[in-house]
Ligand binder design. Sequence first.
Ligand SMILES: NC(=O)C1=CN([C@@H]2O[C@H](COP(=O)(O)OP(=O)(O)OC[C@H]3O[C@@H](n4cnc5c(N)ncnc54)[C@H](OP(=O)(O)O)[C@@H]3O)[C@@H](O)[C@H]2O)C=CC1
Ligand SMILES: O=C(O)[C@@H]1CCC=N1
Length: 282
Amino acid sequence: MSDTKNVTLPTIALLGAGSMGRAILGGLVAPGVTVEGGIRVTNRSKHRAEELASTRGVTAYATEEKPDVNRVAVEGARIVLVAVKPAMVPDLLREIADSLEPGTVIVSVAAGVTIATFESLLPDTVSVVRSMPNTPAIVGKAVTGISPGTRTDPDDLALVRALFETVGEVVEVPESQLDALSTISGSGPAYVFYLIEALTEAAVGKGFTPEQARQLVNGTFLGASELLVSSGEEPAELRRRVTSPGGTTERAISVLEQADLGALFARATDAALARARELAQS
Ligand SMILES: NC(=O)C1=CN([C@@H]2O[C@H](COP(=O)(O)OP(=O)(O)OC[C@H]3O[C@@H](n4cnc5c(N)ncnc54)[C@H](OP(=O)(O)O)[C@@H]3O)[C@@H](O)[C@H]2O)C=CC1
Ligand SMILES: O=C(O)[C@@H]1CCC=N1
């Protein structure tokens, strides 16, 4: 997990234990992190709730077993982490609004749902922080964007920063930039995995076994990432050092340049941004 340790956080309710909720939970139950008053987790399915209670040592509730568990979970919690699908957020907020203690910090990870939507559905005694983590949280390597709401004081924001630092790095941006951040680092792991899939397919197409292809491609991505971070060099310079003049890499890169990978990423991230704006309207 992340190197940031010896953190003490107040009581947390995590509503929604899917991919993202569980990734964050991993940081909260890691050694060195103390959650005073404990962690309450809610999920729809009973099966998942039982699994979390036994493997993560949290108090877990299932809505399919008892419909009012979100209200039960938020009572007395200082931090409420909302990690359900964006479309479910308004109903969930209406459900918990009357059970929140004054001073609670509501932390949203929901893509596209604005702070204004949260604040309009919640009492003005609570503060809202919007965030955008990513799934490398599972290995303590997340990059999480956070944005304060209109009622967020510096202590609230510091608390949310400490929470997300249990799973990686934190970047503070104004909310106006959070959807754009989401198209880069929120969705980014999917782009990287897609590139890995494509290069692995090319390797298999050249006669390597799937196992050999995995070793070649995964090792190359990991090695290149570590080289980038540890050298402190620009990626363009590191690329230049691989690309011998008149050599083989130069030919490959020229094919990628003809396809205009940069323009393709600009279009892909524009499409993600448009979708975030649709989610904000729905
Ligand atoms: N996945 C990612 O990389 C990222 C996701 N996000 C955001 O995280 C949020 C969750 O996404 P993700 O984890 O991918 O989605 P998932 O579908 O994996 O998780 C949603 C979870 O919410 C549970 N749930 C459904 N209804 C309720 C309810 N009434 N009360 C409590 N829990 C409920 C679901 O339970 P069950 O499975 O039993 O139906 C499920 O475990 C979204 O808002 C998304 O925008 C943000 C950043 C990155
Ligand atoms: O795809 C999504 O909507 C979420 C937000 C960023 C990553 N996953």
